[in-house]
Structures are given as C-alpha cells and as structure tokens.
Design a protein around this ligand. Structure first.
Ligand code: AMP
Length: 283
C-alpha cells in the first residue's frame, strides 16, 4: 500500500492506474476506522482492481460549535487496518493541501437540505459535497462507496453526481452495527458508560417502528410520535430530530410512497448520534 499526502503524488499514482486501464473503487472517510468503514473498503476490494481510501477530516463540513478539534484521530492504527484490508492507495492530505487558501467557491446544495441533518447543521452538506467533488476530481474513481447510515449524505451525493454529470457511480452500503444494534460510529468513543448502555434503544425503537410502518395502520405523524415517545426514555440524550421522509427524494411522506426513510438524531453529552432505517412498504 502506498500512502500519499500530496495532490501531485496522488495525481501521478492515478495517472499510472488509468494508463493500465485498471478500475478504481474509492472510499472517502474521515478516519478513525471502524467496521462500518471496513465494510465499504471490503466491498470496493471485491469489485475493483485498485482500492483508494482517503482519510481527511474536512473542516468545511463542521459548524463553528461542532467537534472539529476533538474529532478522534489515529493515523497509525488506520494505516494498519487499511493495509490489512488490501487498500492500494491511501490518500492522507493535510488541510493546507486540500485548501491552500480559504475556498473561493463551494458547492451550495439547495435540495434535500432543509430536513434532517441539513436543518440542524446548516452548511454541512455544502462542505461535504465540496470535498467529495474535489476528491472525485482527484481520484477519478469508477465507483465510490458510502454508508447508508448517512442516508441524507448518500441522497445528496447521488444528486450531485446527476446534477454535474460526474462519471462516478455512487454505491450505498448497509449500516454496520454493534451486537446490541448501535450503529458503528467514530463518535461512539465519546459516549460515557451510562450513555453507551442506553444508546442501543435508538435502533430497537427504529426496528419497532419498521413493523408499524409495514403494517400500515398508523399515519406518518403517528409513527413519528411513537418514536419520539419511546426515545423520550433516553436519560442522557435530547432529541435533535425524528423524521419520516420519502427516500431518496427526502420529501414529506404520502399514502402512495413505497420507500420511506425514518431517521433520528439524538444529542448525548459529547456525541450527536444519528441512525435510520429505510422501509420498503409492501415487501
Ligand atoms: P466518516 O468517516 O464518518 O465520514 O464515514 C465515512 C464513510 O463511512 C461514510 O460513507 C459513512 O456513511 C460510512 N459509515 C460510517 N459509519 C458506518 C456504519 N456504521 N456502517 C456503514 N457505513 C458507515
């Protein structure tokens, strides 16, 4: 595995790969790798000649009061994991390399951002799409792998690829969970023992709601009320949002909609956790 820290070095590597007409699978991350990231890398490994992993904690997608400085980092551990999983190229730029000056332009997302994380993290998806666009231009992958845990991110990046006719296929991958159902996240390390103990309730309630959605007896607002009521018993977290939307359009749900996203965010003392399920009615 080669580790490259500069754009010039990355370009040289990618040019060589393209010359050999090898296919590229790309996994963009912010590092502190866990089994969720690993599942994306493994999928890319199965599908492609060359696997490129990027690790970059992107300041553009953090709000002024968010956890940019405290975001967990462990490059040596990440490097070993990447090597073991058969990554060919690890792109690990610093902030100056990606943004030598304050960005003079960014992508501004106008659809699908007035809901879920877009609503509570203004500007977040402008930052995400801007860095992903830059990474797509640099890595020029055939396919890029994203976790369904960040369902809004998958929807918006898919939209970006369509909007700008980017020749990259976005591959959504299922959420990887702890044995007790908690979605794996780099931020889980911030949970206190007590918070960690009650956090699996989030997925338990989502699973109960899945059955209710499939049964079709309750209206969308009744489903949302059910989830809010059940998760009200979290002692150490307060609700950010509970929303039921169409997927991937992220619009209000009507009777006719078949594919539905139920997504939640809860704020613990030092970690904001998100999770979701996508339910196909009538299956
Ligand atoms: P991050 O490092 O948090 O930016 O995540 C990098 C990629 O890993 C994103 O596409 C995430 O959606 C994905 N990811 C994060 N957690 C999980 C998980 N538990 N299961 C599957 N994919 C995940």
């Amino acid at each position: 595995m080669r580790v490259v820290k500069t754009i010039n070095a990355l370009r040289e590597e990618i040019t060589a790969v393209k010359r050999k007409q090898q296919s590229i699978g790309f996994v963009p991350t912010m590092g502190y790798l866990h089994e969720g990231h690993m599942s994306l890398i493994e999928e890319a490994r199965r599908q492609h000649d060359i696997v490129v992993l990027s690790i970059f904690v992107n300041p553009l997608q953090f709000g002024p009061n968010e956890d940019l400085e405290r975001y967990p980092r462990d490059f040596v551990r990440d490097e070993n994991i990447a090597k073991e999983l058969g990554v060919d190229l690890l792109f690990y730029p610093d902030t100056k390399e990606m943004y030598p000056a304050d960005p003079s332009m960014t992508i501004h997302v106008t659809e699908g951002v007035n809901v879920l994380c877009g609503k509570s993290r203004p500007g977040h998806f402008d930052g995400v799409t801007t860095v992903v666009m830059k990474l797509f231009m640099l890595v020029q992958p055939d396919q890029a792998y994203f976790g369904q845990k960040d369902a809004q991110q998958v929807a918006i990046i898919t939209n970006m690829v369509d909007m700008f006719n980017i020749p990259v296929e976005v591959i959504p991958c299922p959420t990887v969970r702890e044995e007790d159902g908690l979605a794996k996240s780099s931020r889980n390390v911030y949970l206190t023992d007590e918070e960690r103990q009650e956090a699996p309730l989030i997925y338990q309630v989502l699973t109960q709601a899945r059955s209710l959605i499939k049964e079709g007896e309750l209206s969308p607002s009744e489903i949302v009320q059910f989830v809010k009521k059940e998760l009200n018993s979290l002692q150490h977290a307060k609700m950010d949002y509970v929303e039921l939307l169409t997927y991937p359009k992220l619009m209000p749900v009507t009777e006719k909609d078949k594919t539905i996203l139920l997504a939640v965010a809860y704020i613990f003392k030092h970690a904001r956790l998100i999770d979701n399920i996508i339910v196909s009615k009538g299956e």
